[in-house]
Design a protein around this ligand. Structure first.
Ligand code: SF4
Ligand code: SF4
Length: 297
C-alpha cells in the first residue's frame, strides 16, 4: 500500500527536503514554451567547477551525462528512469522531495513508494517499489483526453498542459499504473487549529503551502480556481529541473542511490547500461504501453 503522508510528517519532512532540493532559477514560461525550453539544445548549462571530471559518484556521472544530452536536439534524446529494488530502503525521501519540489497538495503524490510484505511467516521480507509515472511510449492516458491537454514529447516525457486540462479525469481512469491524480485544491493546513511551536507554526506552514511551483518551467501560484487546482497531475521527470541541467528531485534525494535517470539514446550513459541488464524489467509489459521506467529486480 502507498504510504500516507500525514500533515505532521509532511511539515517535518518538507522542511528537510526543502533544504536539500533546490529548484534553481527557472524563468516563467507558458507550458508549450516550457516544452520547447526543455527540448532545445542547452550548451549554456555546465557542471559546478571541480565536478566535471569526478564521476566516482553516480549522481555526478548522471548529471554530466544529462548536460551532454541537453546539447542535442530533443528528438535525439529519450529520458528514462531506472529503479533498483535491491537498493530501495523504503525511506520515502523521494516521495517527500517530489512533494516539496512540486508543492503537491494532499491527495496528489507523483511518486509513492509501495510497501509490500512478501513470503510466509517466519520467512518474510518487505519490498519497496517507487512508482512514478512511467512516461509510456504508448500512453493510454493520451488518446482519451477530449481536449488534447496531454501528449508525449519527443524526449519521451508525457506532459499535461494545465491551461487546457478541464479536469474530466478520463486520463486517470485510462492509466493502468494509477500514476495520475486529481488536484482538488486541498491544503495540509486548512481548517486546523493554531499550532505555533510545532516546527514552524501554522502561519509559516500556510505560507509554505501557498508558494508557487515551477512545473513545466512556469510559475504556478496556489490560488483558488487557478490551475493546477482542478487539473490532472502526474510526474513529469522534473522537466523544469532537467531543462536547467539538474537531475529530478527524487534522483538527487534517494539515499540508497536506487534511482537512476538519463538519456538512453546515448549508448554510453549509465541508464543505457542498466536497462540492458538481464534483471531489468518493466511493469505490465503485456499491455504494450512501453514504459520508460525500468526496475532492477
Ligand atoms: S504511467 Fe499512466 S499517466 Fe504515465 S504515461 Fe503511462 S499511462 Fe500515462
Ligand atoms: S483530466 Fe485533463 S488531462 Fe486528463 S483527460 Fe481530462 S482534460 Fe485531459
Amino acid at each position: 500500500m502507498p504510504k500516507e503522508v500525514n500533515r505532521r510528517d509532511f511539515i517535518k519532512l518538507a522542511a528537510v527536503a526543502a533544504s536539500v532540493v533546490t529548484v534553481g532559477q527557472v524563468l516563467p514560461l507558458q507550458p508549450k514554451q516550457a516544452m520547447a525550453a526543455s527540448s532545445a539544445p542547452n550548451p549554456a548549462v555546465t557542471l559546478p567547477v571541480g565536478a566535471v571530471s569526478d564521476t566516482s559518484d553516480v549522481l555526478l556521472r548522471m548529471q554530466q551525462e544529462l548536460i551532454q544530452a541537453l546539447k542535442k536536439p530533443v528528438e535525439q534524446r529519450h529520458w528514462r528512469m531506472v529503479l533498483d529494488l535491491n537498493k530501495c530502503v523504503g525511506c520515502s525521501a523521494c516521495t517527500i522531495a517530489c512533494v516539496s519540489e512540486n508543492k503537491l497538495p494532499p491527495g496528489v503524490v507523483y511518486r509513492p513508494v509501495l510497501d509490500e510484505e512478501i513470503g510466509t511467516y517466519p520467512n518474510v521480507t518487505r519490498r519497496f517499489t517507487p512508482r512514478p509515472c512511467f512516461q509510456c511510449d504508448h500512453p493510454p492516458c493520451v488518446p482519451v483526453c477530449p481536449v488534447n491537454a496531454t501528449w508525449k514529447q519527443a524526449d519521451g516525457v508525457v506532459v499535461v498542459d494545465y491551461n487546457l486540462c478541464i479536469g474530466c479525469r478520463y486520463c486517470l481512469v485510462a492509466c493502468p499504473y494509477h500514476a495520475r491524480t486529481s488536484d482538488f485544491g486541498a491544503n495540509y493546513c486548512q481548517n486546523t487549529a493554531e499550532a505555533a511551536g510545532i516546527i514552524v507554526g501554522q502561519q509559516k506552514a500556510d505560507d509554505y503551502e501557498k508558494m508557487p511551483n515551477f512545473e513545466y518551467g512556469k510559475k504556478w501560484p496556489r490560488k483558488k480556481y487557478t490551475s493546477p487546482i482542478g487539473n490532472a497531475r502526474k510526474c513529469h521527470f522534473c522537466l523544469h529541473r532537467v531543462a536547467n541541467g539538474m537531475l529530478p528531485a527524487c534522483v538527487t534525494t534517494c539515499i540508497g542511490r536506487a534511482t537512476y535517470f538519463g538519456d538512453t539514446n546515448d549508448p554510453d550513459s549509465l541508464v543505457s547500461e542498466l536497462v540492458s541488464r538481464p534483471d531489468a524489467i518493466r511493469l505490465k509489459e503485456e499491455l504494450g504501453t512501453e514504459p520508460s521506467v525500468y526496475y532492477l529486480v
